[in-house]
Every structure is written in C-alpha cells, then in structure tokens.
Design a binder for this molecule. Structure first.
Ligand code: NAD
Length: 364
C-alpha cells in the first residue's frame, strides 16, 4: 500500500499528518511512504529526516495524490486537490466534509473512502486516534501563554524587596480537554486558578489539577461525554452569577463548546465591560464564534482597557508537538486499515471505521 502526504495549503497551517517517526512505523508495517518535498518544513521536519525514515520524496503534490492508496492530511485539501487523488483511495485527516459543499462533492465524485477523524466516536479505544483531544491540549496550553503575555500583571505571587505581588486570578470557562490543559498551565505559572463547566464530573478534574471549581449551580451533561445546550432559564442563572464573579477576575480563558453548534455565548458585552481595567480574555472558542459577545475571531481588541483575543488554530502555533500527536493519531487509525501483510482492508464491523467513514454507510 502507498501512503502519501502533501504540504498543507490552508493559510497559517504549519502542522503535518505524517512525521518521520510515523513514517518509519508505516514503512516497518510494510507500507511505501511518498511525500511531497518540503512536507514538514513548517513543522521543522527536514526532508532528510523523512528520507532517513524510509520515505520517498516526490516533486509535486499532484504526483503524490495520483499514486497514493491512502492520503493523510491535517486540514482538508481544497476541492481541486481532492480531484487529483486516485479514485477510490482513502483520505484521512480533519476533513469536515459537511463544512464545505464543494469539498464534500469532490470526495464523493472521486469515490474516496473518507475518514474525517473528527467523527471518531469518543470511546476508550479511540483515544489513541483522537485528533480533537490531542490538538485541544496544545490549544489550551497556548491560550494560557497568550493570556500571560497580554496581561499587565504577573501570574505568580511574588514576595520581593519592592513589596508583595498578589497572584493573578485566572478563570477557565469550559473544562474539556483544552480547558483542563489551560487549568494545568495557568497553575504551573503560579496563578490562582478557577474553572467551571456545565458537566458536573469536571469538578473533580479541575480540583485534581490544583484548580478551584466555580459552582454556578448549572448542570447540563449531554450525550457521549459532551455538554448539551442550556435552557433559557439555566443560561440566565449562569449569566447572573458569573457577572458578579467576573468583577474580581484578572484573566479568562474560555473554551466552552457544544458539538455541532456555534459556541455558547457566556460572557456578554456588559460582563466584559464590568471587568477591571487590565483584564484579559482569551477566547479559544473564537473558531466557532466565541464565548464572549465581543470576540472578533482572529483579532485582539482593546475594549475600554479589557483586552479580548480570539486566536485561531492555536494548535498550529505548537506545530512540532501538535504534529507529533496528530501524526500518531493518524498512524493509529491507519493501522486499523492495514492487514498483517501491510495491504489495505476494511473491517466494517469495527465501529471505529463504520462510525467515522463519510458519507455514512448503510449497515450491511
Ligand atoms: P468540547 O470542546 O466540545 O467542549 C469544551 C467544554 O465546554 C466541555 O467540557 C463542555 O462541557 C463545556 N461547555 C459547554 N457548554 C458550556 C457552558 N454553557 N458553560 C460552561 N462550559 C460549557 O469538549 P471536549 O474537550 O472535546 O470533550 C469534552 C469531554 O468529552 C472530555 O472532557 C471527556 O470527558 C470527553 N472525551 C472523551 C474522549 C474519549 O473517551 N475518547 C475523548 C475526548 C473527550
């Protein structure tokens, strides 16, 4: 089987879906790996490292795509590139086929067996392939570093000859994978950290990382380990209690999301306005519209002395480790598609394949 990968073309995307490490493992499993020259440069992986790992370098993306039985990517390739993929081949990565009609049509027109990894069921077995989790960890970490950088205060408490500095109060909204990494990171920087979520099990998770659980009296656990949307009454209660609390907070890192929906609006314009001058909001949910009403995706604004940042694709800013994890996720998934001889086979009785493939297959 031939596995190929080409340079990412999405603006700002630095990650790769195949690293020298996973390349070596694929070659050991009997696969041929062909990559576009320069594949890993943005993630600081030189061509020579891939060659050492047993990959073949190819001059053009089209030549890779035309010959590969499995194409691995981070971001979805543009429709034109999808049209260059060998018909019937496997495409694996963060494909979001429903987000763009032309992309979805191109995938179907080529008869590709597409595995958008963001569709993986969130089971224990799938954890090793879970790109959402691995990339969210990097995003949560970077979000706190951005907040620390934008803040006009120290995060830690300092006792100095120039007097004592009180630690910053950092609130993490949403304690999923990104939020918990944010709690841990802010804690390591010495801040006083609080977190809250609508899933009650997050209390223990936040506390185990040294954070304090902020109880707003709203609990809304949904299906599959995710949150559900709040009712109007629940939302009003959350808002009212939060508004008071935010007056004493220096930094907010917000990560709240509900699958398949725009980000819940949790920080109203009035709440942001009511924060102390010098406060900072880093809104990780900017990608899906933001948790703060004032967030402008991709921008950092000053709102009367409160800085509001809406960074996009933060995982890409940690491209080396984010790629290491992404590529291992891809490798672990691709391993399900290879038999002992290294040939392609599909076990549609395996729910990880059956639930991830797009378009959905009728049960046989
Ligand atoms: P996510 O990115 O969809 O959401 C981030 C967080 O926002 C979630 O914790 C959610 O509860 C919270 N949230 C939603 N609405 C909110 C609101 N109005 N106010 C406050 N918080 C709100 O979630 P995620 O990080 O991808 O995953 C969430 C959970 O799913 C994980 O913590 C874990 O328990 C589970 N999970 C399981 C697996 C697995 O077993 N393979 C993998 C990943 C995640």
């Amino acid at each position: 089987v031939v596995i190929g990968s080409v340079r990412e073309t999405a603006p700002g995307e630095r990650r790769v879906a195949l690293t020298p490490e996973t390349c070596k493992k694929l070659v050991a499993a009997g696969a041929t790996v062909r990559i576009e020259r320069g594949l890993g440069l943005a993630a600081h992986q030189p061509d020579s490292a891939y060659v050492d790992a047993g990959a073949e370098l190819v001059d053009t993306a089209d030549a890779v795509l035309a010959q590969a039985d499995i194409v691995a990517c981070v971001q979805p390739p543009p429709a034109a590139a999808i049209a260059s993929i060998k018909s019937g081949a496997v495409l694996v990565g963060m494909l979001q086929p429903q987000a763009d009609a032309a992309r979805g049509e191109a995938i179907q027109a080529r008869g590709l067996v597409a595995f958008p990894l963001e569709r993986l069921p969130r089971t224990t077995r799938a954890q090793a392939m879970d790109i959402l989790s691995s990339q969210a960890g990097m995003a949560g970490y970077k979000a706190v570093l951005i907040a620390a950088q934008l803040a006009p205060k120290f995060f830690p408490m300092l006792t100095t000859a120039a007097g004592t500095i009180r630690p910053s109060k950092v609130l993490i909204i949403g304690a999923g994978v990104a939020g918990l990494q944010a709690v841990a990171t802010a804690k390591r920087l010495g801040a006083q950290v609080e977190g809250f979520d609508v899933r009650p099990e997050t209390r223990e998770q936040i506390e185990s990382l040294g954070g304090k659980f902020l109880d707003l009296g709203v609990s809304a656990a949904g299906e599959g380990g995710y949150a559900r949307q709040l009712t109007d009454e629940e939302r009003a209660l959350q808002q009212q209690r939060l508004a008071d609390h935010l007056k004493g907070v220096d930094v907010i890192v917000s990560t709240a999301a509900v699958p398949g929906r725009p980000a819940p609006k949790i920080i109203s314009a009035a709440m942001a306005t009511g924060m102390k001058p010098g406060s900072v909001i880093v809104d990780l949910a900017a990608e899906t519209g933001g948790n703060c009403e004032l967030t402008r995706p991709g921008e950092t604004i000053d709102h009367g002395g409160v800085t509001i940042a809406g960074p996009l694709n933060l995982a890409s800013s940690g491209a080396m480790h984010a790629s290491d994890m992404f590529a291992r996720n891809v490798f672990n998934f691709v391993s399900l598609l290879l038999d002992k001889q290294g040939a392609l086979h599909f076990d549609w009785n395996d729910e990880l394949l059956a639930k991830t493939v797009w378009p959905e297959r009728a049960a046989s």
